[in-house]
Design a protein. Structure first.
Length: 616
């Protein structure tokens, strides 16, 4: 027998009764569905979108702050019963959407069957009964200008957590009386808001040209104690805000449009970003107290081995090696300056970081210095490495407690430690010690399948030795955008050009990139593997552009290359992760790294194992 009772028809009451609207707490509801709202780069989501039922109605809810953390930690699912301890009600008037913003909750019972699968969607109900819901008041903001009908959400202009709404001193007159929001609270459900934030990053104005014309783009990041958010400005506004904003300075920001973030252009975890336009208000703040200068979510170097390719991380490390500057030329003929440095930390791992262009030329920090890198992009070619992107920042000797701790460790004992490199994970050019470690960690295909590797939330990695017994020669590559740092698939146009929707450009020809499927065997079972561009190019010894050309113009040489690898054994570093397609869930296996067998290391390993067995 259940020990709970849903708060029946409570959602209707929340939006028709002013007292309940002001305090929509302590209701008991059932989860009808849940999904993460802003998972990205392999990290856990900070907010969750939830569909809740009160037994008669169901409605959308957004779990944030403490509630979001509980959803993640407790792994709440469809059917679970919760009590909402602290929440706000919000109405998005333009779209006639009704939302419950949950700040804290508790679990009453898990694993319950859906009590009423035929509840009425609250938005649809109020669409048919528009005279019933509350319309005659707005948020209690003491400034007259702030209460104009520019606000489309009520009463969400009051911050959800009181300690994040503090009286501000030294505010410009236009900002007085307005609530100061924490950046983490910003969402489209709040239109009347102001943040007090520091410009933690300001990029150079970028200019683009395409068939539609030309334009300018400015990227900035705003930071407060709760987090960071990206902001963009275009064309005349890019010039205006580039002149107004200075990196490191604090500003009051309001009336910017909130829109979903674009993860491919940002290394921040906030689910939304700001668009700065003519209506936006930005004013300098004379009071910089309690606004941090930097914000990092540091990860230890040894954890990067399990990070997804192209995800971004913040790292803190000691410079072990500074390599000379060199020049690279892209396939499009463009030249780039590059310099590699090697970082170490107290996890006793090292990693190579690629610096680009002016930073590569100007870099002059000595070995032994502490550096913090924000938003470094993870690469998985020849083992894990990091690369500085357009929005990455490198801070020498950062004034954070972790930096002092790391420097003390390095000066005391770390400088004489032996570090495990992530760059060449048992690759053909790595030392015998790395190869031996790789061999020792190998398992069979059957064991990987029996242990259900890949079922965990972030996926699993394992090492396997296998022979390639089949290679799919159809659809082994796709036409990608040839613009720098863009690998999105392009579509051929009637005029013969290839269009990239992400870059909003048409190019004369695509850059073909591998998405190669192979089958491998060992003595226990068979496995289908997907190889992306770097791994497939390493295996075949020819780039996808050339192999695509061969398939059309030189089929004999094409067959020779594709057949040359068959029934040859390789070492594979495999990433296993669940994948859902057409409502079917399966484990997908991708090759994170691949290399030929190192027979010397194989013999050394067997000799060591034999010696240890004889000595027992």
């Amino acid at each position: 027998m259940s020990n709970f009772q849903l708060t029946d028809r409570d959602f209707h009451k929340i939006f028709t009764d002013k007292a309940r609207f002001d305090a929509p707490n302590n209701g008991i509801y059932q989860i009808q569905n849940t999904r993460k709202a802003d998972a990205k780069n392999g990290e856990s989501a900070r907010k969750h979108l939830v569909m809740l039922s009160d037994g008669t109605f169901h409605m959308k809810a957004l779990a944030r702050n403490a509630a979001a953390a509980k959803f993640s930690n407790l792994e709440l699912q469809k059917g679970d019963i919760i009590r909402v301890l602290e929440a706000e009600a919000a109405i998005v008037r333009e779209k006639k959407k009704f939302v419950l913003l949950i700040d804290d909750m508790e679990v009453i019972q898990k694993g319950v069957e859906i009590i009423n699968p035929n509840t009425t969607f609250l938005d649809k109900y109020f669409e048919a009964h528009p005279d019933e819901y509350i319309k005659d008041f707005v948020a209690p903001v003491p400034n007259n200008e702030a209460t104009k009908q520019e606000s489309s959400v009520t009463p969400a202009a009051v911050p959800a957590t009181e300690n994040k709404f503090q009286p501000q001193t030294g505010m410009p007159s236009s900002q007085k009386g307005k609530p100061i929001f924490a950046i983490e609270q910003l969402s489209p459900y709040q239109n009347v808001w102001t943040i007090k934030a520091r410009v933690s990053f300001k990029g150079e104005i970028k200019t683009w040209h395409n068939q539609r014309g030309e334009g300018k783009l400015l990227n900035v990041n705003f930071l407060d104690t709760s987090g960071e958010i990206r902001a963009t400005a275009f064309n005349d506004m890019a010039v205006k805000y580039n002149e107004l904003l200075q990196e490191g300075k604090v500003y009051y920001v309001s009336k910017a449009r909130l829109q979903p973030s674009k993860p491919q252009f940002s290394n921040l975890s906030h689910p939304y970003e700001l668009s700065l336009d003519r209506e936006s208000q930005i004013e300098p703040s004379e009071d910089e107290a309690n606004v941090p200068k930097t914000h990092f979510d540091f990860v230890k170097l040894n954890t990067i081995e399990n990070k997804e390719e192209n995800s971004t991380v913040d790292v803190l490390g000691i410079i072990q090696t500074v390599n000379p500057h060199f020049e690279l030329t892209s396939r499009a003929g463009k030249k780039f300056d590059r310099r590699d440095i090697v970082l170490v930390d107290d996890s006793n791992y090292s990693i190579t970081v690629g610096l680009w262009n002016q930073l590569a030329l100007d870099f002059n920090l000595p070995e032994g210095s502490v550096v913090a890198i924000k938003g470094a992009r993870v690469s998985d070619f020849g083992g894990k490495s990091l690369s500085m992107g357009f929005t990455s920042t490198l801070t020498p000797n950062p004034e954070v407690p972790e930096a002092y701790t790391l420097k003390g460790w390095y000066d005391a004992t770390g400088h004489s430690s032996n570090f495990t490199s992530l760059k060449q994970e048992g690759g053909s050019g790595s030392g015998s010690g790395d190869s031996t470690k790789f061999i020792a960690q190998r398992i069979t295909i059957q064991k990987a399948q029996n242990e259900n590797l890949g079922r965990s939330e972030k996926g699993d990695y394992f090492n396997v030795k296998g022979a390639i017994n089949f290679l799919k020669v159809d659809n082994f590559a796709y036409p990608a955008c040839s613009n720098e740092n863009c690998n999105k698939k392009v579509i051929e146009q009637p005029d013969g050009t290839w269009r990239c929707e992400r870059c909003d450009t048409n190019n004369a020809a695509p850059l073909w990139r591998y998405m190669l499927t192979i089958s491998i065997l060992d003595e226990t079972n068979q496995l289908w593997l997907t190889l992306f561009n770097e791994q497939a190019e390493q295996l075949l010894g020819v780039n996808a552009n050339e192999l695509t050309r061969m398939k059309e113009e030189d089929p004999e040489n094409f067959s020779k290359i594709t057949q040359s690898i068959q029934m040859n054994q390789y070492d594979f570093r495999v990433r296993a992760k669940e994948d859902t397609y057409n409502d079917q869930t399966r484990i997908r296996y991708t090759a994170a790294n691949i290399h030929k067998l190192n027979f010397k290391s194989e013999a050394d390993y067997l000799a060591t194992q034999l010696s240890e067995s004889l000595s027992v």
